[in-house]
Design a protein around this ligand. Structure first.
Ligand code: UTP
Length: 292
């Protein structure tokens, strides 16, 4: 088994019901934050961690994602002729990324989506990136997790402390702190009621997993919401080997949720050189009107 994390899975076959009707014919992961679809932020994050093999799990909206990362000859020709070199470079860069696509016939849950990647992952550790959790490029979460994996050789889950009233939206862990930001996990519960939650440490959309999860997923029965839950499979894996959580204290946007999506859009627009000044002015005007 390779010791390093070189492969990443991007599950993008969910139904995205919180964003309907926008997600009726297009995956949530293709919704743009300013000028890039969410999944592109995730792919760029993985590239920055030296990950070299990308596996996107698609659902019925497969073409949309494939086209985004494919050559677009007519567009490239037009950009070339109109001298838009920078845009052309950006567009070309996208089509050079080597991505494999696997279709998840039915949206049977995140656990099932990951199981679909088994033939590509084989016997190596791998990252899972849920690209609707947007993490700005200045953060080093995934890289820190990969470094931790190299030391511990155990699965690593990204954790974030969430307000108590939000625990029912996440998988929540109970665990023991081993050292700064590193917790040894005792158990996990999927979307607990706030009264029964073992902590306020939520699993967010970055994982480093080992291939022994596949056998468990292959035998898994539907859990909460009738879906094959990754959390349930990780709970079973816990009976066999240590699993760690890495507590992230940086910035993350839950862009799979409308409010989180809007916050990400505003913050990314304010960091965009072309937009920042005018958009900032506009926001101040809006804020002034809201006060009255
Ligand atoms: P979510 O829990 O966000 O579900 O999935 P969803 O269907 O995308 O969105 P809502 O809750 O209905 O609005 C977490 C991640 O797992 C993927 C999703 O695409 C998302 O990246 N997923 C989920 C799959 O790939 N397949 C599934 O069967 C379920």
């Amino acid at each position: 088994m390779s010791d390093d994390v070189k492969k990443a899975i991007f599950p993008a076959a969910g139904l995205g019901t919180r964003f309907l009707p926008a997600t009726k014919a297009s995956p949530k992961e293709m919704l743009p934050i300013v000028d890039k679809p969410m999944i592109q932020y995730g792919i760029e994050e993985a590239i920055a961690c030296d990950i070299s093999e990308f596996i996107i799990i698609t659902g019925k909206h497969k073409r949309n994602i494939e086209d985004h990362f494919d050559y677009a000859f007519e567009l490239e020709d037009k950009l070339k002729k109109s001298g838009k070199e920078k845009l052309l470079e950006e567009i070309n860069r996208l089509s050079e990324i080597n991505i494999a696509y696997i279709r998840q016939g039915y949206a049977l849950g995140l656990g099932h989506a990951i199981l679909c990647a088994k033939p590509f992952v084989k016997d190596e550790p791998f990252a899972v990136i849920l690209s609707d959790d947007i993490i700005p490029s200045k953060e080093t979460l995934l890289l820190d997790m990969i470094k931790l994996y190299r030391k511990l050789k155990s699965p690593i889950l990204a954790l974030e402390r969430v307000p108590t009233h939000e625990v029912n939206r996440y998988g929540i862990i109970s665990g023991v702190k081993e050292r700064d930001n590193v917790f040894r996990i005792n158990s996990l519960v999927e979307k607990p009621d706030p009264e029964n939650a073992p902590s306020n440490m939520a699993i967010i959309g970055r994982y480093i997993l080992t291939p022994d999860i596949f056998d468990i997923l292959a035998k898994a029965k539907p859990g909460k919401g009738g879906e094959i839950q990754l959390t349930d499979a990780i709970n079973q894996l816990l009976q066999k080997r240590p699993i760690y959580g890495y507590l992230f204290e940086g910035q993350r946007y839950d862009a799979g949720d409308k409010l989180g999506y809007l916050k990400a859009t505003v913050d990314f627009a304010l960091k965009n050189k072309e937009l920042a000044k005018d958009f900032g002015k506009y926001l101040l005007e809006v804020a002034r009107k809201l006060k009255h």
